[in-house]
Design a protein. Structure first.
Length: 236
């Protein structure tokens, strides 16, 4: 008979923080995607309670992508098991090169350089990429930047999946793929597994390189190609 205590998992943390932007009508959105629309449908003064309805794209605000966004037979966002959404994370900082080259992409050499200082990326974690783009969030034009923004290089994603067995990737831009990658190579590789893709994150500059656990909470939209998500970071 198994001891239930042997399956217990704990998260030890000194602080917890939001990695999701607040949702409002003026947030940046991908060209062609529906903007956030919020309408009041009940007022305290007339209805006795306050209620709004909102409409937005599945890939707007801080969000998680699902395999269905790129694969016709891929699962929807509701299919991710709960246990897959509590996951350790490491953070790689590329803000300096991205500040002078908006099309900068993370190379395998960048990963190995990070590992020289922090140790080998452990299997089963999400690799977060801090590019500095989170600071442009209040300026939609600068944030989208005519789709010039940094991301993961295709070969680097392959290395992280094959050689480091990562659980997924996340970034503070509108796409884990560099803005000029119209093939969405990183999304396709990660979601083929299927694993985790997080976009439009924030507060990545406040995270240490390692020692973080993520709690990811997308809306369980049936057959969803993705979903806005609340992402919390527990920092040890």
């Amino acid at each position: 008979m198994m001891n239930p205590e042997s399956n217990r998992k704990t998260i030890t943390y000194s602080r917890v923080m939001h990695l999701s932007h607040a949702i409002a009508p003026q947030i940046p959105h991908w060209p062609g995607d529906p903007p956030v629309d919020v309408q009041t449908v009940a007022e305290l003064s007339t209805d006795g309670y306050y209620l709004r309805r909102f409409c937005m794209g599945e890939h707007s605000a801080t969000h998680m992508n699902a395999p269905k966004s790129f694969y016709p037979d891929g699962v929807g966002i509701e299919a991710y098991p709960a246990e897959s959404l509590i996951v350790p994370a490491v953070t790689i900082d590329i803000a300096a090169p991205a500040s002078t080259n908006p099309d900068f992409t993370l190379s395998c050499a960048d990963v190995l350089h990070w590992e020289e200082k922090q140790g080998k990326i452990p299997p089963g974690c999400v690799v977060l990429l801090y590019t500095g783009w989170q600071h442009k969030w209040s300026d939609a034009k600068a944030f989208i930047n005519q789709q010039h923004f940094p991301g993961f290089a295709e070969e680097t994603t392959r290395f992280l999946l094959d050689r480091r067995q990562i659980a997924g990737v996340g970034i503070d831009t509108h796409g884990v793929d560099g803005g000029q990658d119209t093939t969405f190579a990183t999304n396709r590789q990660v979601l083929a597994q299927p694993r985790i893709v997080l976009e439009n994150l924030t507060n990545l500059d406040k995270l240490p390189p390692k020692g973080v656990t993520l709690a990811i909470a997308p809306l369980r939209l049936c057959e969803g190609s993705g979903s806005p998500a609340t992402v919390m970071a527990f920092v040890s």
